[in-house]
Write a protein that binds this ligand. Sequence first.
Ligand code: GDP
Length: 535
Amino acid sequence: MSSEPINEVSKVEQNDVYKQRRTFAIISHPDAGKTTLTEKLLLFGGAIREAGAVKGKKARRHATSDWMEIEKQRGISVTSTVLQFSYKNRRINILDTPGHEDFSEDTYRTLTAADSAVMLIDAAKGVEPQTIKLFEVCSMRGIPIFTFINKLDREGKEPLALLEEIEEVLGIRSCPMNWPIGMGQQFLGIYNRSDRRFERFTGRGEGTTNIQVDDIESEELRDVLGADLHEQLQEEVMLLDIAGDPFDADLVQRGKLTPVFFGSAIANFGVETFLNQFIELSPAPGPRRTDEGLVEPSDESFSGFVFKIQANMNPAHRDRIAFIRMCSGRFERGMNVNHVRTGKKISLAQPQQFFGQGREIIDEAFPGDIIGIFDPGLFRIGDTLTESGWFNFEPLPQFSPEHFARVNVKNTLKYKQFHKGLEQLAEEGAIQVYRQVNRTEDMILGAVGRLQFEVFQYRMNAEYGAEVELTNLPYSVARWIETPNLETLNYDRYSNLIVKDQDDRYVMLFPNEFATHFVIDKNPDVMLHTTSYGM
Ligand code: GDP
């Protein structure tokens, strides 16, 4: 959707447009209800008329898109998109973070384009593995994290136990903004602590009844809840008031405290309450670090960085789209910008924004927005674009892969194509490539999600004419090594492997997380980092 024309708006107001932007990602484990929640959010934005417009898993299976063959075969989306809609004077950008088998480095990198995150938790499952991984990336960036605990219409864990789990597993303090009463069959609703409003749950699709209770001890509330649950609510809310973390906007901004909301996405219950508070409490785009200091969103000249490249959306044209997160200034269609890495001036023609499955050409965009640009093979992940100046945004880190494979070209006559493909796909960020130390001809691939291997194999063949063979390796963890002396490193040569990444940094591969402790214990002067950033 394009932004409102702003021709008559003064320059000062123009520079303020970004303040309405809320750019965030929903982080969750598959099946927690991300698609369902996204749909409800879009409904509030009036962006869709009925639920179901967001590509569902089943719909995807039958989609007759002209995207990569592999997408059709597997019935999943290889890449993520951005959804934009307006709500109460705010412009919301939701960054999609693929899960399931299509989990990949893209999922992590997308989080670098977000200003905040919504952590969605299934009340019955609690904090699950993929949530932990995504949380860690957000936490590393220090962005605010809002929690929505979903599926209260079903039996789940006790709310207090869930808060404890969040604090223990993720190491973040929590502050419930509302509190559920009952769950599953007995789910009666939520009590909003700030405005003392009780929202009554009347079942799926029947809307919400609000009861204003100025006094939590009121007779009226007892009539609705029954004596037992009324008493329980009073006790629990009192406990939160006395023993819980108070709301602290500053701690939320720094990612140290997560406001927690309860609800049921499928019943559209608690979602509006969440959204209303989220747009108030979540941050507008802020400053971003570059090698020449901070860039402010209010800076007049355009800047942004490429955080994702989506290849082969249409194999007939082999087009690629580079997704750019805007960080400052105003973007206009056709504008000329500096492509800092190559030192070239380029024209940003045909910019696109994405809505659901469709896309449309946009004329302008503001900080916080995501723009898709046709990429003739020029862009790489992390590239900076500026209207003036030649600075670079912070490089995007590489993340620890979980799958490793040795790669060989089937036909040795294709060796040149093989190397070109390897080099380009690694630069593009589609896969991580490592070289074994002392045996530099041995190439090892690393991927965060298995599908990345399939995409790699497919593209090597389709784009470079090199058929490749992958042999799985028994590693599942990579750590970037910081050591004064690699020679004296004490480690188990049978189960660990030392390799070099694309930038010649030393990386050690482990069969599992546990094995990393051995190296840490045996080598007190060595640091092992989970990303190439040294974190
Ligand atoms: P995703 O994998 O995180 O995108 O999850 P989906 O949105 O596809 O939801 C996974 C399953 O959970 C689907 O069967 C949904 O209908 C169901 N679901 C989502 N939200 C709720 C909820 O609030 N209550 C219940 N009972 N089921 C839900």
